[in-house]
Ligand binder design. Structure first.
Ligand SMILES: Nc1nc2c(ncn2[C@@H]2O[C@H](COP(=O)(O)OP(=O)(O)OP(=O)(O)O)[C@@H](O)[C@H]2O)c(=O)[nH]1
Length: 484
């Protein structure tokens, strides 16, 4: 079990709705119906592909040593909890930053790499990918630094990206994963994090570089002193730290998060619960938590509980036919919920079709990432609106996790585990992708009927929230189509 300090946020400047930014950027970032986009980058062999594989395709961490290097920009589309959609663009480390003037759009074959520090020289990346365009279109940059390697070059590259990004798209969040810390001692972890933090901060506090002051204070954005939203996380694929760090990244990007957090807070206050997580069962990404600080050890226990439930259900449970919910006949609340959910799931599928279509046109045209016609058709004809895995010959890997978590994860899925030390874990299915896990004192279970009732109400509210969001996104998409 990893130490609670493995994921640490430093200088989380916390969101700045008052940022003085141009309208185009503002609209892009404020629009809740655009699929959030993450640019995942870092030097070669830093662990970018491994992270995606471990989180989204359940690859065993030990298997990642056989992964081949990623030579091209790749685009991966993911869904968490079927409602939360986002894209990850992996920008390979070996794509050196080249001068846009020198490259002449020739793919960067006959040009010299520019200095990372020269801001005017870094628009085009070898392979013809436009860094400016990528930054303009993304909501967060996840930058992977290999903590076991000499990271000075990596920090130079990171600083270049931040420098570029702060001009082009000031609302980007930079999530720095200080990665592969599994081999480091606790002291080395802290020291490495401090060192990297200082090197990034020093770069942006340096007035000679012509950079605005680093602003460590939250909510102090203005046009002259612009804050940069940077978080640092200590991560490894060999423990839960990578899941927790990625959860934090996703939570900041999903528009429903604030509402979900409020709902969970309300559940806590009414049911004598200490902490609550909403997990995407398949990826073990926590898409929402209550507002109390996360206890990483409890987070890990919750992940283990999901695995245990799925494994046990697969051995002893009965797969539900076509994912149709089985209900207790005498539970009207449940019936009502299922009717709502069925409608909602239908809506969700069509949502997938529509949004993926929009995303495909958008990305493949603009970022040199292509997909051939027949694959595109089968993609759209897939019963879930998304394909399991696609490997495109030339440059694209397209994946999704919009499969049901498990054939045995259904409305009957629930579990209570009593821990040593007087605490207990309570799990309840919310929909075929999402599970609510609560941490509570064992005494609170004496009123389990009350908790069950409150959780059912929460479940309904979450379904309603997503349904509302879906309806609004549909009307938004159709009005945009009419405008086009
Ligand atoms: N010890 C340790 N090794 C890791 C971790 N994550 C990834 N690795 C290893 O790092 C190596 C490189 O991982 P990749 O995922 O291929 O790295 P990448 O950044 O995608 O590499 P490129 O595609 O070449 O840019 C592999 O051998 C992984 O097993 C980690 O958390 N800890």
């Amino acid at each position: 079990m990893s130490d609670p300090t493995t994921t640490t946020s430093i200088n989380d400047t916390g969101g700045s709705d008052s940022s003085n930014i141009n309208n185009q950027t503002s609209n892009r970032n404020m629009n809740p119906f655009i699929r959030p986009r993450i640019l995942l980058t870092g030097l070669r062999r830093s662990g970018k592909t491994s992270i995606q594989r471990v989180i989204f395709t359940k690859m065993q961490p030990s298997q990642t040593q056989f992964l081949e290097s990623t030579p091209h920009l790749t685009l991966n589309q993911f869904s968490c909890g079927s409602f939360i959609n986002f894209q990850v663009q992996e920008l390979p480390g070996q794509l050196t930053l080249f001068s846009s003037g020198l490259s002449g759009g020739s793919g960067g074959n006959h040009v010299q790499p520019s200095s990372y520090d020269d801001d005017t020289m870094t628009n085009v990346i070898g392979g013809n990918y436009d860094l400016e365009r990528l930054l303009k279109r993304c909501n967060a940059v996840v930058y992977i630094i290999d903590a076991q390697d000499d990271y000075s070059e990596s920090i130079l590259r990171l600083n270049t990206i931040i420098q570029k990004g702060r001009r082009i798209n000031p609302r980007i969040r930079y999530e720095i994963f200080i990665h592969k810390v599994d081999q480091l001692s606790e002291e080395a972890k802290i020291e490495t994090q401090r060192d990297i933090h200082n090197q990034v901060r020093d770069r942006f506090a340096d007035p000679i570089g012509g950079i605005d002051s680093w602003s460590p204070t939250p909510h102090t954005s203005n046009s002259s002193s612009q804050e940069i939203l940077i978080n640092f996380h200590l991560t490894s694929i060999f423990d839960h730290s990578i899941f927790e760090a990625f959860s934090k990244v996703i939570q900041k990007l999903i528009p429903q998060f604030a509402h979900l957090e409020r709902l969970l807070n309300y559940l806590l206050s009414t049911s004598n619960i200490e902490q609550a997580f909403l997990f995407d069962v398949q990826t073990k990404i926590s898409i929402a938590t209550d507002s109390s600080p996360t206890d990483i050890q409890m987070y890990e226990l919750c992940c283990d509980m999901i695995d245990l439930l799925i494994n046990m259900s697969e051995i002893y449970g009965q797969p539900s036919e076509n994912n149709i919910r089985r209900l207790s006949d005498d539970d009207e609340d449940e019936d009502e919920y299922v009717n709502e959910e069925d409608e909602n799931n239908q809506g969700d599928n069509s949502e997938q079709h529509e949004w993926n279509l929009v995303a495909q046109n958008d990305d493949y045209n603009e970022n040199n990432v292509q997909i051939n016609g027949s694959r595109k058709d089968s993609y759209l004809n897939s019963p879930l609106g998304t394909p399991p895995v696609m490997n495109h010959q030339s440059s694209t890997l397209l994946e999704t996790t919009n499969e049901p978590a498990s054939a045995v994860f259904d409305s009957m899925s629930s579990s209570v585990i009593k821990l040593t030390g007087g605490r207990a874990l309570y799990l309840k299915e919310i929909n075929r992708h999402l599970a609510l896990i609560c941490i509570l004192r064992e005494e609170a279970l004496t009123k389990q009927a009350l908790i069950d009732y409150n959780v059912r109400q929460l479940k309904k509210s979450i379904i309603k929230l997503f349904r509302l969001n879906y309806q609004m996104s549909r009307s938004h998409v159709s009005s945009s189509t009419m405008l086009d």
